[in-house]
Design a protein around this ligand. Structure first.
Ligand code: CP
Ligand code: NVA
Length: 325
């Protein structure tokens, strides 16, 4: 953590958003200010200093997909901030029996102070945000995983001491939530990003174009290629994710075939910088998108990354739920 250099604000941080749905909605200064607050909260927590910024506040957690890290880190984060979280599986609440998103959002707004939603279509979290009078946090959709990428940025910042000017390489399914949020996040903070993916699995074109526009201002260069060796050249950070995301289970066999040349392994990583770090949001499939040698090897920081979900999200929760008190 000593490696982290002082970040100079270029404008007054403005947490003007009610919700946390994508990183595109936040300015570079917003993101950096959240990351530095996360570092401070992490330091305090390690020193046993309590920080009950959300005393008496309650967060509802709606899950339409499985989760280990997101559920536990949000629950523990709320507790450490002096608040409380309620786990709401869509199997148990009326949403799963057809109650509308708008009615659910309006009703929950009368009880709780914020809602985290993990779901399929990105439009569902947008609809929650539209009808809820309280902050809505995207806990993963098919299109984005912004809280994970905040944890990734925090981990890179801790290990490399900076974000701007580094080169991140993502290899694998370029059309999933992680690839999209990494594109948005890297462009915002001025980090170069190369994405290597098989033809037909390139990132969403609108997200690429927006990231390029943002990157032209922050100095972030963006490369989308189908050649993993080109993409990983001199990378400071190597990232991958599962080849089959939640909801795509029927395509497993097709995807194993499609991405077989996109495995992060020792031979490929020889092309990265000698001190590269390896990130994976987890859960991982050893032997598919990454070899055990890499994910369990000396360059891997995946458990720091998993831990940082907690600290990054506490900064987000404090900013969104605590700002009016
Ligand atoms: N990385 C991540 O979001 O993990 P979970 O699916 O376990 O929440
Ligand atoms: N892309 C993966 C991320 C899991 C945290 C999925 O959506 O399943």
């Amino acid at each position: 953590m000593n490696k982290v250099s002082k970040w100079q604000e270029t404008e007054e941080p403005k947490l003007i958003q009610k919700d946390f749905l994508t990183l595109a909605d936040y300015s570079k200064d917003d993101i950096m200010s959240l990351l530095y607050d996360a570092l401070e909260l992490k330091k305090q927590q390690k020193m046993g200093i309590s920080h009950p910024y959300l005393s008496g506040k309650v967060l509802g957690l709606i899950f339409e997909k499985s989760s280990t890290r997101t559920r536990v880190s949000f629950e523990v984060g709320m507790l450490q901030l002096g608040g409380h979280a309620i786990f709401l599986s869509s199997r148990d609440i009326q949403l799963g029996r057809g109650e509308t998103v708008s009615d659910t959002a309006k009703v929950l707004s009368r009880y709780v102070d914020g809602i985290m939603v993990r779901t399929f279509e990105h439009e569902t979290v947008e609809e929650f945000a539209k009808y809820a009078s309280i902050p809505v946090i995207n806990g993963l959709t098919d299109l984005h995983h912004p809280t994970q990428v905040m944890a990734d940025l925090l981990t890179i910042l801790e290990h490399k001491g900076k974000l701007s000017g580094l080169k991140l390489c993502y290899i694998g399914d370029g059309n999933n939530n992680m690839a999209h949020s990494l594109l948005e996040g890297a462009a915002k903070v001025g980090m170069h990003i190369n994405i290597a993916s098989s033809e037909g699995y390139k990132p969403n074109e609108i997200i690429i174009q927006n990231a390029k526009k943002v990157g032209s201002k922050t100095g972030s260069k963006i490369m989308i290629t189908n050649n993993p060796t080109t993409a990983i050249q001199d990378a400071d950070v190597v990232v991958t994710d599962v080849w089959t995301s939640m909801g795509q289970e029927k395509e497993v066999q097709k995807r194993l075939q499609e991405f077989k040349d996109y495995q992060v392994n020792q031979a490929l990583c020889e092309n990265a910088k000698p001190d590269f770090i390896f990130l994976h949001c987890l859960p991982a499939h050893r032997g598919e998108e990454v070899t055990a040698e890499i994910i369990d090897g000396p360059h891997s920081v995946v458990f720091d990354e998993a831990e940082n979900r907690l600290h990054a999200q506490k900064a987000i929760l404090k900013a969104l739920l605590g700002k009016k008190s």
